[in-house]
Design a protein around this ligand. Structure first.
Ligand code: CTP
Length: 211
């Protein structure tokens, strides 16, 4: 039998200002890696696209390492068409510095502001090209109006499912081994989970979203 192809992104992106400084966020990559492990344990053919994390490579899972949002966009798009289940768990930086200096910015030449430009929205781009046989899943990292904001993202990005995260909570935030998510479907289903270890939460998420 043909194995289901599953494409997952994980971790933060880094947007470089110069060779020694970048803009990023505290994503650990743990949720995306947990989802990749859970999908592989279900005999899916998993391709993980990972931003910089401290997590060791997972056995039996193809991993592509990227740093910037532009690299993540290119790598996800390369495998998108052949994938049946796509989960965008990465915390992609929305912006990058307009200027990336080749040499280290010297203290004496310091600037008081940094001009930013928008990065591509990787998930939204895939949502535009999605076929009816593909299942596209995003995360919503929220600090307020969690469900309303997540619902908007389902439609704005043409998703089948969205996993809502309260990123302001210490117990379930970016670096934690635990997470608490609510899952929303495009047709209005709502599944709310307790605070769980990311590995067991990943299995429960797949119970719901696996096509
Ligand atoms: N995402 C993406 N590319 C971006 C930004 C976000 O693919 N440039 C994806 C994330 O991986 C996540 C989903 O879009 O699956 C929602 O990300 P989130 O940070 O919650 O929201 P944004 O779309 O960035 O919107 P806002 O910052 O206004 O909440």
């Amino acid at each position: 039998m043909k194995r289901m192809k599953c494409l997952i992104s994980a971790g933060p992106t880094r947007e470089w200002l110069d060779p020694v400084r970048f803009i990023s966020n505290p994503s650990s990559g743990k949720m995306g890696y947990a989802l990749a492990k859970a999908a592989a344990s279900r005999d899916m053919d998993v391709h993980l696209v990972s931003g910089p994390t401290d997590i060791l490579p997972l056995k039996g899972i193809k991993i592509s390492y990227v740093e910037t949002a532009l690299e993540m966009n290119a790598e996800m798009n390369r495998s998108f068409e052949e994938s049946e289940l796509i989960i965008m768990a990465a915390a992609v930086c929305d912006h990058r510095p307009l200027i990336q200096r080749k040499q280290k910015q010297k203290k004496k030449d310091a600037v008081s502001s940094i001009e930013l430009i928008e990065n591509p929205d990787v998930l939204k781009g895939m949502g535009k090209r999605k076929s009816s046989s593909q299942v596209l899943v995003g995360f919503a990292a929220e600090t307020e109006n969690h469900l309303a904001n997540a619902r908007e993202k389902i439609f704005e990005k043409n998703l089948d499912w969205i996993l809502v995260n309260d990123v302001s909570s210490k117990s379930s935030g970016f670096q934690s081994d635990f997470n608490k998510v609510t899952i929303l479907s495009k047709s209005g289903d709502v599944f709310e989970f307790d605070l769980l270890e990311k590995d067991s939460l990943a299995m429960k998420i797949l119970d719901i979203i696996e096509p």
